[in-house]
Design a protein around this ligand. Structure first.
Ligand SMILES: [Zn+2]
Length: 277
C-alpha cells in the first residue's frame, strides 16, 4: 500500500470522527451563549488590553441575556489572548455552568457574580488594575472628573477597602462571594468603585458601556492627576454634579451613539495591533 493510499484510508476513517468533533464543538459553542455577544466579549477583552486598562490581569464579563442568573467570563487567561473557546458561563455563586470545565478560573470571578446579583440594571462588569486609577485609592484626594468624558464620575466614586470587612484577609483579592458582596455594597448604585491598593470595578448597563466606562475612568484618572500636578496646590474647577451627562433613559438602554462610535475605533485598533503581533 502506497503512502498516498494509507493517507487516503486514514482520512476516510477519521473524517467522520473529525466531523463529529467539529459538530460537537460547534454545539458547545452554540450552547455557551449568543455568538454575537460572545464575539463582543472576546473583542472587549482585546480592547481593554489595547487601551491599557488591563494587562495580564483584569477581566470583563457580560450577563447572559437568556438567564439573568448567569454570566459569561473568560477562563483565567490574559485578556489579549482570549478567544471564543475560552468563554465560560457561571452562576451567581461563581459555579461554572458552561464552557471549558477543565481550565483554571479567575480567583476574583466573585466580583462579577456579586455585582450582577446586587445590580439587576448591570449587564457588563470590568475589573482591572487600571494604572492611573490605582493612586486615587490610596490618597485622601477625591477622584473627581475635570473633563466631560469623565462626567459619569460626578456624584462620587466610592473607595472599597477589603480590610474594613476582612481585616485578616491574606491579600486584597476578592476571592469569595462574601468579599464580592462587600464590594458590591460599596459600589452601591454607582458606575465605578475604587479598590484600595488594588484597582477598580466598573458596572455598565451593557457590555459596551462597561468597556466605555472602564476606559474613560482610566482617562479621567490621568487628566485629574495632571490637573492636580499643574495646579501647584491651587484650586481646580472640577465638573459639578449637575454637569453629569448620565441620565436614566440613556443608562437603561445601555448604549448610545457615543459608545458605539468609540467601540468601533477601539475594536479596529485592537484588531490591527493584534494582527501585527
Ligand atoms: Zn484584581
Amino acid at each position: 500500500m502506497s503512502r498516498m493510499t494509507i493517507c487516503a484510508c486514514i482520512l476516510q476513517s477519521v473524517s467522520p470522527v473529525v466531523m463529529a468533533i467539529g459538530a460537537f464543538a460547534s454545539t458547545v459553542r452554540a450552547q455557551i451563549g449568543p455568538p454575537d455577544l460572545i464575539a463582543d466579549l472576546v473583542t472587549a477583552n482585546h480592547i481593554l488590553y489595547d487601551q491599557g486598562v488591563v494587562d495580564g490581569f483584569g477581566h470583563v464579563s457580560v450577563r447572559n441575556p437568556a438567564n439573568p442568573e448567569r454570566f459569561f467570563l473568560s477562563r483565567a487567561r490574559a485578556p489579549s489572548m482570549v478567544e471564543a473557546a475560552d468563554i465560560m458561563e457561571f452562576d451567581l455563586d461563581g459555579k461554572p455552568t458552561g464552557g471549558p470545565q477543565d481550565k483554571p478560573v479567575f480567583q476574583e470571578l466573585y466580583i462579577h457574580a456579586e455585582v450582577f446579583r446586587a445590580r439587576p440594571d448591570v449587564h457588563g462588569v470590568v475589573h482591572s488594575h487600571s494604572p492611573a486609577v490605582v493612586p486615587f485609592g490610596v490618597v485622601k484626594t477625591p477622584f473627581r472628573p475635570v473633563s466631560q468624558t469623565g462626567a459619569f464620575l460626578c456624584g462620587g466614586v466610592p473607595n472599597f477597602d477589603l480590610r474594613d470587612d476582612f481585616p485578616d484577609a491574606p491579600n486584597l483579592l476578592v476571592t469569595s462571594s462574601a468579599k464580592g458582596a462587600a464590594l458590591a455594597k460599596a459600589l452601591g448604585d454607582r458606575p465605578v468603585a475604587l479598590m484600595r491598593g488594588h484597582g477598580d470595578t466598573v458596572a455598565g448597563a451593557s457590555l459596551k458601556e462597561a468597556v466605555y466606562l472602564a476606559i474613560f475612568t482610566e482617562v479621567a484618572a490621568r487628566l485629574t492627576s495632571q490637573a492636580i500636578m499643574i495646579s501647584g496646590g491651587g484650586p481646580i474647577t472640577y465638573l459639578g454634579d449637575h454637569e453629569s451627562e448620565r441620565n436614566p433613559p440613556r443608562r437603561a438602554k445601555g448604549a448610545s451613539e457615543g459608545i458605539d462610535r468609540n467601540w468601533e475605533i477601539w475594536a479596529s485598533e485592537a484588531l490591527a495591533r493584534r494582527t501585527k503581533r
